[in-house]
Design a protein around this ligand. Structure first.
Ligand code: ARG
Ligand code: ZN
Length: 465
């Protein structure tokens, strides 16, 4: 599932011969090796659009080996002779089929994370096809340009699995672009006593000879970076929020006591955000608190955010606000990070205000008091500068201040209905910063260009707006 995007041009190869023996289109392309994001040029691919991933995984939490079979249903967006999936080379592919027929494949060392697949026959434009990839290996953590780790992070009893911005190919072959959303089914087999937690809802738990298979279904569109299959020893609590949304909350026993007082608020937070942002876009909510403090951050893994250590209330409300802003409405390019983080941080401030703690305006005032040369102003939210600074504090705090300032300028009676309309308009899709600023101007019928220039673009502390 993908919005139309500009991508790097593929290499056109002539197909057909003078003898006229070859059938098919006159020209078939090599699908591009990247989806065209300037921050991560090899990420994602061209030539096709994924509809669903079916991932059967067996993870030996002691021996550390992962064996996988990925069944990917996709549609060719052009005539394709060869296409790529993203998969890191710590995982070795043993076979690939396309529509049930053996395909040739390669994991070239010079192409980083590309798995190059050549089906027996050219795929025609608009053709639905199924790729099955069998692979195995010991998945690795990925170090990002900002120095943080992600991907497959081994813990004492399993693995903490997070994929923003480029960790998903550490564990499954995919079209790793935030614009190609798909549905997911997970069948994860782990040793008895270990729990495997993925996105969506638990369908079944099947024990067999010392192993247990956990089947999860995530039925709404999801970006690859929001997928998880976190494993380990967990205590699990399930239920339904007062508003009727099922929840699944898991804690590593080592951090359970320190987590419970905040996790008890997950149902109320989810319901509060329904009132503020509009109908919940997914079929369940929740949380997973693991013991992986070396990671140093939480991630808004779809339907159940993942915490590396016991979270505080601001973090949990931030991650749940992401279900609307980040997960349902997802940045188009990594430079559009404000679309995710500014909105989630503002959501955390709103929960604080709603519960009689610090108001959003008090948060604004606290940060606004900072000097013109403070970290809070740089980089400007609409231009994070590059992959090393894409999660800079300014994206969060100046990003949330932007929304609080807009709230004050427009008034609650216009601002909150506008946020709900924004989510409704972009639900399950992608957005750029300019999509939002354009939407706000159209919605309000006002010229907000000076406001957004000061808050989102200017390389300086805003002084008038
Ligand atoms: N999106 C996460 C949040 O809610 C942060 C992820 C940071 N990831 C990274 N590789 N530095 O704040
Ligand atoms: Zn966030």
């Amino acid at each position: 599932m993908r919005a139309t995007v500009t991508r790097l041009a593929g290499v056109a190869l002539a197909v057909g011969s003078l003898t006229g023996l070859m059938a098919g289109p006159a020209v078939a392309a090599t699908g591009a090796t990247g989806a065209g994001d300037p921050y991560f040029p090899l990420q994602g691919n061209g030539g096709y659009d994924v509809a669903s991933y079916d991932l059967s995984l067996r993870y030996d939490t002691v021996g550390r080996g992962l064996e996988g079979t990925a069944t990917i249903r996709a549609t060719a967006t052009e005539a394709v002779k060869t296409f790529d999936l993203d998969l890191r080379r710590a995982l070795t592919v043993s076979s690939v089929t396309v529509n049930g027929t053996t395909a040739s494949f390669a994991q070239p060392a010079n192409l980083g994370q590309e798995l190059v697949v050549t089906p027996g026959a050219t795929l025609t434009k608009g053709m639905a096809f199924t790729v099955v990839v069998r692979y195995a290996g010991r998945p690795e953590a990925v170090t990002d340009p900002d120095g943080s780790i992600e991907g497959w992070v081994e813990t004492s009893d399993g693995a903490f699995v997070v994929g923003e911005p480029q960790g998903s190919p550490a564990w499954f072959p995919c079209n790793d672009s935030p614009r190609d959303k798909a549905t997911y089914d997970f069948r994860v087999t782990v040793p008895s006593g270990v729990t495997a937690i993925a996105n969506g809802e638990l369908v079944s738990t099947t024990p067999a000879a010392g192993w247990t298979t956990f089947t999860w279904h995530n039925g709404e569109p999801m970006a690859t970076y929001l997928a998880t299959v976190t494993t380990g020893v967990f205590g699990v609590t399930t239920g339904t929020t007062p508003g009727g949304i099922p929840y699944y909350i898991a804690t590593d026993p080592k951090v359970d006591t320190a987590s419970q007082s905040v996790l008890r608020k997950v149902p109320a937070m989810t319901d509060y955000f329904v009132g503020l942002f509009g109908p919940y876009p997914f079929s369940s909510t929740g949380a997973v608190v693991d013991n992986a403090p070396e990671v140093g951050y939480a991630l808004e893994t779809q339907t159940k955010p993942l915490y590396d250590s016991p979270p505080d209330e601001l973090t949990v409300s931030h991650e749940l606000a992401h279900m609307w802003f980040g997960d349902s409405v997802t940045l188009s390019r990594w430079q559009d990070m404000w679309i995710n983080e500014g909105f989630a941080e503002f959501g955390g401030w709103m929960w604080s205000e709603h519960t009689g703690q610090k108001s959003a305006q008090s948060y604004f005032n606290q940060y606004y008091a900072k000097n013109a040369d403070s970290w809070v102003w740089k980089p400007p939210p609409a231009d994070p500068g590059g992959p090393a600074t894409m999660f800079a504090g300014s994206l969060y705090e100046r990003g949330a201040m932007t929304l609080q300032a807009l709230r004050v300028k427009l008034g609650d009676g216009t601002f909150f209905p506008m946020l709900r309309a924004w989510h409704a308009a972009k639900k399950y899709g992608n957005a750029t910063v300019e999509d939002f600023t354009g939407f706000a101007s159209t919605y309000t019928g006002r010229d907000l260009s000076a406001f957004f220039q000061a808050w989102l673009y200017a390389d300086a502390k805003p002084t008038s707006w």
